[in-house]
Design a protein around this ligand. Structure first.
Ligand code: SF4
Length: 494
């Protein structure tokens, strides 16, 4: 039977669906505490939303073996709102959170702890992985002849708002395939994978690090010298060029000009500059002891002090709980000092208080320092905080501060634009570790920090708080290590 979860996973990675069905369980990684936390938080959120919705039939209380029959009975009775029902038709099965009576039939809905829109926005494009799930329920309802016929299921988002998902609408201006047709494609792909009539391959992506097949897939990818080991290349570009250039080594050996055609390349969607960039990265990966280099001239500004800045945020509790700064006199790493602003609770006043402290610190430091942060995340989070707490500063104040020449996005303005590295990605962890930096924690990650923060809130254990602070301090120090490393790079060929 094909489940909505399999479709959700297939949108992220079809190989995950295949491995979950046919992989060797011994190859799976240990359960990830952050994923378990997400699961628990999702259930807690679901319970709190359900309590306010006026559910008239709660199927989650019914023994599993009777749940499907009782769900059908509840729909026959015309229950206005059914929670946790089980429905199936043909080879499809689903457990929609909600079945809502609209007119003479039912529409399906799911309760989510995030935004109903892509990129965690308040409105905009729908999320494809949500769309395939609720399309699946809608398909089953139609097969059972109990649908309301609207093909407009819904998501109840983290604020409790209902976000309609009109499945007959196109996915966007460029991609005019409807959500419903796109669901049918994913459904057929999953059907073929599970029937063994199609195969899948792993592909390195940002999502892999949270997947329970990560170690297994990484070994496979390294073993096959897969193109997705090249930073930012990804599954779809790999699949576009793999027939001509199947491995990192093959791409490294080629002359990219042989694939130029007019102003483009023979590979649809891959321009000349992109192919040259991946060729350079392939050469770095394929060359033993290759060194990183500057691909364009770069001089980092010098001020009396440098500050390395990193925040920790919890998307589930929707809180920025730590603003960390490491400051040091220019060129004197031994004199580095850590200045953390830590929220001792999840209440808005706690978040506002540490935001105000961090904002004052940043405004003072930027007078005599160069401030480095890694990726636009800090700027985006500060704009959101300013919107929530306008007495601290305005969104315009944040824009103005981050526009100062002394505020440098090390990832976007320096690493991405001006450097190349012999690494599989360009995350701060990967680059700092490449340069010899070690985190004190054995399992450092932003996701782990969120899980620790939840445990600190629950227990008040000071050792957990210190672990969070140490991790954040190391992230800031790592930013400094990468700044120092960039200063030692020379221009390619120089
Ligand atoms: S580790 Fe990556 S490639 Fe492998 S199954 Fe998971 S998401 Fe897919």
């Amino acid at each position: 039977m094909i489940t909505a979860t399999q479709l959700y996973n297939a949108v992220q990675c079809p190989h995950r669906v295949a491995l979950d069905a046919f992989g060797n369980p011994a190859d799976r990684d240990e359960p990830n505490a952050f994923i378990e936390l997400l699961w628990e938080q999702g259930l807690a959120h679901e319970a709190s939303v359900v309590a306010s919705l006026g559910v008239t039939a709660n199927m989650s209380l019914v023994p599993e073996q009777e749940r499907e029959a009782q769900t059908l009975d509840a729909m026959r009775r015309g229950e206005p709102l059914i929670f946790g029902g089980r429905i199936s038709h043909g080879d499809k099965v689903g457990i929609p959170d909600l079945l809502k009576l609209r007119g003479n039939g039912y529409a399906a809905g799911d309760i989510k702890a995030g935004s109903g829109f892509d990129g965690d926005a308040e409105e905009g494009k729908l999320k494809k992985h949500y769309a395939v799930q609720i399309s699946h329920y809608t398909n089953i309802l139609e097969g059972l002849n109990v649908s309301d016929g609207s093909r407009e299921p819904f998501i109840v988002d983290r604020t409790g708002q209902e976000v309609p998902y009109p499945l007959s609408a196109p996915q966007g201006v460029r991609n005019t395939v409807s959500w419903w047709d796109s669901y049918q494609i994913v459904l057929n792909d999953v059907r073929s994978l599970l029937a063994g009539t199609a195969t899948s391959r792993p592909a390195m992506s940002a999502g892999c690090k949270l997947c329970h097949w990560y170690r297994h897939c990484k070994e496979t990818l390294i073993g096959s010298n897969d193109l997705t080991l090249i930073a930012e290349l990804g599954r779809s570009k790999r699949d576009t060029i793999a027939a001509a250039l199947p491995t990192v080594a093959a791409l490294a050996r080629c002359n990219p000009e042989q694939f130029f055609e007019g102003g483009k390349t023979v590979f649809p969607g891959i321009g000349r500059d992109t192919l040259i960039k991946f060729h350079e990265r392939a050469k770095l990966l394929a060359t033993p002891n290759a060194r990183p280099y500057l691909k364009k001239a770069l001089t980092l500004p010098v001020a009396q002090h440098e500050v390395y800045f990193d925040i920790e945020a919890d998307p589930m509790a929707d809180i920025v709980y730590l603003h960390g700064f490491v400051e040091r006199p220019h060129g004197q790493p031994a004199q580095a000092r850590f200045a953390p602003y830590f929220a001792d609770g999840t209440a808005p006043e706690c978040e506002e208080q540490v935001f105000a402290q961090a904002w004052r610190y940043l405004c003072a430091r930027v007078q005599d320092s160069i401030v480095y942060y890694y990726s636009p995340y800090e700027r985006t989070a500060y704009k959101k905080l300013a919107k929530t707490y306008p007495t601290v500063c305005s969104v315009e104040d944040v824009e103005a501060l981050f526009a100062l020449p002394a505020m440098i996005d090390l990832y976007l303005d320096v690493i991405k634009k001006c450097t190349e590295w012999p690494t599989y990605d360009q995350s701060i962890k990967t680059l700092a570790q490449y340069l010899g930096f070690h985190w004190r924690d054995t399992h450092p990650s932003g996701a782990a920090s969120i899980e620790w923060y939840h445990r600190w809130i629950e227990t008040g254990d000071l050792a957990i708080k210190q672990r969070i602070l140490d991790y954040n301090e190391d992230d800031c120090l790592a930013t400094g290590v990468v700044v120092d490393g960039v200063r030692t790079l020379t221009l390619r060929g120089a």
